[in-house]
Ligand binder design. Structure first.
Ligand code: HSE
Length: 472
């Protein structure tokens, strides 16, 4: 039950003065989009109405919805009782009967106009749209600040897991040195199914889509773009830097083979699509690595143990040490959980519906930045990691000649082993684990080795960043 705030009057207080204060007005929400997440928000809000209202201190009501197809929207929202159904999100953004606009439609074009219009009309905005924020987050944060409104986006990164709140508030006193995460549920689901059930890539992707994990364009998931959007937002909050999507090195999982996953397992690793941001000193200045790519993680590491659509994030701070967050990273209700948490935060603001700017207490991107203070972003070429080289020989292969060839290139091999072929009747594979080697050098050496031996050589990075290794 929603319990209104009470006070205990002394017995002398006259009965008329004992009346409880009027409850604060409801937070009026206008929602754009009624897909997987929108209908999840509707469901959870109805199911948990009393406890959400009690925690928020006022009722939270969806009073208007904008959707392309209002009939379908009504169906998704159980008939949408008491809700005004609109087809134009801009109309909703200007609606005087709405305090908060909830943007759940996705995309970066029209969605930017809706969010900007809503902020300019004095609405707070809650969104799950990581693509929008990774692309236009700087400008939108400035618009929000100009109008004294909140732009909240917990649901944009890691679904249900409150990582934005953790970086922006819980760990706000720390100098963050590194973070590493599994941030795309679809890719993690696919990799899990490839490893555990031996599924092919396409079949696993179809399953992930059926479960509501994938983006409208699943290329965003499997090509690493979605994880890059999330990494750019995390890095902005962690390092007080601008949102630098353009500077993230991005590789996806589309080209991974079952044999790559099997070779990694043979050596005691799991393959994960990792998003890594790490601070590094470069010519006397702090610079940041920003990268998304498949990587080998020791099989017993917490990040390796994340199954299915689970997301996880490791953060290393100078005071807190290492902190690990994990939970459901995709899907309707897990994402709705984060959306509703943002709405509850807004409902708790004392002057949420005030026409006077309230001024967000927490900066949208975590830091009040000073101009000219932004760290540089390092290119991928000098980033050092160990590499797994998987040699699939067409003919007999001389191991000593291979090692000599790599040594000539400046690549040291720390471990080598032969593995049985994944496909019956295939030739055994030579697996080599190198010492930490700059990325560009490893790529060049791989190409030369392939030309020299005639074997197909597959290269996978082994993750060694300080978020994973406890090295400061
Ligand atoms: N497509 C995204 C994922 C949804 O698979 O992680 C949550 O952001």
């Amino acid at each position: 039950m929603f319990v209104e705030p009470q006070f205990s009057p002394s017995p002398e207080v006259h009965a008329s003065a004992r009346r409880a204060p009027a409850p604060p007005p409801a937070l009026r929400v206008g929602m754009i989009g009624t897909g997987t997440v929108g209908s999840g928000v509707w469901r959870v809000l109805r199911r948990n109405r009393d406890l959400i209202n009690a925690r928020a201190g006022r009722a939270i009501e969806i009073v208007a919805v904008a959707a392309r197809n209002t009939a379908r929207a009504a169906t998704a929202l159980d008939g949408a009782p008491g809700v005004r159904l609109l087809t134009d999100p801009l109309q909703l953004a200007a609606d005087p009967g709405v305090d908060v606009v909830l943007e759940l439609a996705g995309g970066t074009g029209a969605a930017r106009d809706w969010v900007q219009a809503a902020l300019a009309h004095g609405k707070h905005v809650v969104t799950a749209n990581k693509a929008l924020l990774a692309t236009h987050g700087e400008a939108l944060a400035q618009t929000a600040a100009r109008h004294g409104r909140v732009l909240a986006y917990e649901a944009a990164v890691a679904g249900s897991v409150p990582v934005i709140k953790a970086l922006r508030e819980g760990l706000a006193a720390n100098r963050i040195t590194a973070l590493a995460g599994v941030l795309n549920g679809t890719s993690n689901y696919i990799l899990t199914r490839m490893q555990a059930a031996g599924l092919g890539f396409a079949a696993a992707l179809t399953e992930a889509q059926a479960l509501g994990y994938a983006e409208a364009d699943p290329a965003f998931d499997v090509d690493g773009t979605d994880a890059a959007h999330k990494l750019a937002l995390l890095a902005a909050n962690a390092f007080g830097m601008p949102v630098r999507l353009d500077a993230v090195h991005v590789e996806g999982i589309r080209d991974l083979q079952r044999g790559d996953v099997a070779a990694a397992a043979h050596l005691g690793y799991a393959v994960k699509l990792l998003a890594v941001a790490e601070q590094q000193e470069c010519e006397g200045r702090m610079a940041i690595q920003l990268r998304v790519h498949p990587a080998l993680v020791p099989a017993r590491h917490p990040l390796a143990l994340l199954d299915g659509a689970t997301n996880g994030l490791l953060v290393r701070g100078d005071a807190a040490g290492s902190a690990f967050f994990s939970g459901a990273g995709a899907g309707g209700e897990p994402t709705a959980s984060a959306v509703l948490a943002d709405l509850i935060d807004l409902a708790r603001l004392p002057a949420v519906s005030s026409p006077t700017p309230t001024g967000p207490g927490v900066p949208t991107l975590g830091t009040h930045r000073r101009a000219g203070d932004d760290p540089a972003v390092l290119p991928m070429a000098p980033v050092k990691t160990p590499h797994l080289l998987r040699l699939l020989p067409g003919a007999a292969l001389c191991e000593t000649a291979v090692l000599r060839a790599l040594a000539r290139e400046g690549v040291r091999v720390r471990r080598r082993t032969w593995a049985a072929p994944v496909t019956p009747g295939g030739a055994p594979e030579l697996l080599l684990l190198t010492a930490p080697t700059p990325d560009a050098l490893a790529a060049e050496a791989t190409a030369h080795l392939q030309a020299y031996t005639g074997a197909q050589v597959r290269r996978l990075r082994v993750e060694l960043c300080s978020a994973l290794t406890d090295e400061q």
